[in-house]
Design a protein around this ligand. Structure first.
Ligand code: MV4
Length: 448
């Protein structure tokens, strides 16, 4: 078991990891920028090391500073959380060169899935269904036209080094194909220093469903069900829930296929395979080789501590369960509470003058907030995750509404009012929403 883990992250996920370490009897090291010197993760850790000024590039993305913090503190492992360096295989390589364990998937799997063309080819080889389109990179108009004629418009052009919505261009008809192709390759080169792009059939109204997996280093790999992440705005997830409304048999099959496929390449640690779901079919979109923001939704359904199991697996323990001993039940929903205006989503940093989080049966708040904390403008606006669990979806929504009404965050604006409105909408209440629904709803709503 590790003696000391350095958490290379901040905010709610740093606290989440700290808590898992403490329960495992592991010493903890927090790193922080000067903007986070009063942050809760710094107060909770056994040790804390300042790694630089507020800008992420000079702090939470500053690999030399983080490795120095490992050397100074004698940490024998690093947990990256999500975002920042969590899928940076160069960071993994440097940690390994310093004999420091990276708590996450293997270097080669992070690298493989970070290249969307390679990830898609791996999905094909593994028998995972993919969205019809090009077989890898598309280099010129002639090639693009041939593919587009075959799959039909609309199509979408994606950057191989893109992801999370960056580097995508929708093309409705052939007259725009050549210019879009050139624009996409130029943008990809400029943003990702990788001009490779590929083409897919554009799915008009899919759901975004993702499958959670976790494995130890003895090739024991299990799935922990799926999450519906379709409630999103400009590619930012806002609410996630499990289980989805997809037919039970179809859900079970895609989860099993996902596990069987990744087991065949000896995948280890946590991972999430993201699918688009439309008309009864799942299509591979991309794979995240990291812990995700929304992992608590799955923890509540499965009564399974994903972070603890990930740390145990990284220190050579076997998974504590096998697939058949898991007994998922009930329904869980997570709301991402952001420090943003609830109508415009414009960031609202500042000092929290009063913070009171909800509680009671089936209510969990993952947050680092407290009265008096200053929310800095430098980072992601997520300040708290409200995760609610109950025996079925209707009860869960009722409990979620009660919890949101109970939640007090004063001094800054938050998205709590946005969620209270969302929970009144018929399309949400019947679960029949896709990735476009929220933005369509907001665009059609009467402006206040
Ligand atoms: C798509 C798509 C429709 N058809 N690919 C968005 C981010 C990146 N993960 C890929 N994304 C999409 N790829 C095809 N062939 C629609 C999206 C998409 C989306 C996907 C999931 C959740 C939210 C989304 C928001 C906008 C676009």
């Amino acid at each position: 078991m590790f003696n000391k883990v350095l958490i290379a992250n901040r905010g709610e996920i740093a606290i989440r990891i700290l808590r898992a370490c403490k329960e495992l009897g592991i010493q903890t090291v927090a790193v922080y920028s000067t903007a986070d010197e009063n942050a809760m993760h710094v107060k909770m850790a056994d040790e804390s090391i300042c790694i630089g000024p507020p800008p992420s590039l000079k702090s939470y993305l500053n690999i030399p500073a983080i490795i120095s913090a490992c050397e100074i503190s004698g940490a024998d492992a690093v947990h990256p959380g999500y975002g920042f360096l969590s899928e940076n295989f160069g960071f993994v390589e440097k940690l390994e060169a310093h004999s420091i364990k990276f708590i996450g998937p293997k270097f080669e799997h992070i690298k493989m899935m970070g290249d969307k063309i390679l990830a898609k080819k791996s999905a094909v080889n593994l028998g995972i269904p993919i969205i019809p389109g090009s077989n890898g990179e598309v280099k010129d108009f002639k090639e693009a036209k041939k593919i587009a004629d075959k799959i039909g418009y609309p199509i979408i052009i994606k950057a191989s080094s893109g992801g999370g919505g960056r580097g995508m261009t929708k093309v409705l008809e052939e007259k725009d194909l050549d210019s879009s192709l050139k624009k996409s390759a130029l943008e990809a080169k400029k943003i990702f220093n990788d001009e490779r792009v590929y083409i897919e059939k554009y799915l008009q109204n899919p759901k975004h469903i993702e499958v959670q997996i976790i494995g130890d280093e003895y090739n024991n790999l299990i799935h922990l069900g799926e999450r519906d992440c379709s409630i999103q705005r400009r590619n930012q997830k806002l609410l996630e829930e499990s289980p989805s409304i997809v037919d039970r048999k179809i859900r079970k099959d895609i989860c099993q296929l996902t596990v069987d496929s990744l087991k065949s390449i000896n995948y280890s640690s946590v991972g999430t395979v993201e699918y688009l779901y439309e008309d009864g079919n799942f299509y591979f979109m991309e794979m995240n080789t990291r812990l995700q923001v929304e992992h608590p939704v799955t923890e509540e359904i499965y009564n399974f501590d994903i972070v603890k199991e990930q740390i145990l697996s990284a220190s050579k323990y076997k998974l504590s369960v096998d697939q058949n001993s898991l007994n998922p039940s009930g329904h869980s929903i997570e709301c991402r509470i952001n420090a943003e205006n609830p109508d415009t989503f414009i960031p609202s940093p500042g000092i929290i003058s009063n913070f009171y989080d909800p509680g009671g049966p089936g209510v969990r708040v993952d947050s680092g907030c407290y009265s008096g904390l200053e929310i800095p403008p430098h980072y992601d606006s997520l300040i708290a995750k409200l995760i609610v669990y109950d025996k079925d979806r209707i009860s869960c929504i009722k409990r979620l509404k009660r919890s949101l009404e109970e939640f007090v965050i004063e001094g800054i604006e938050t998205t709590i009012p946005f969620f209270l409105d969302l929970l009144e909408q018929e399309k949400f209440l019947n679960g029949d929403y896709d990735i476009n629904w929220l933005e369509d709803y907001q665009n059609n709503k009467e402006r206040p």
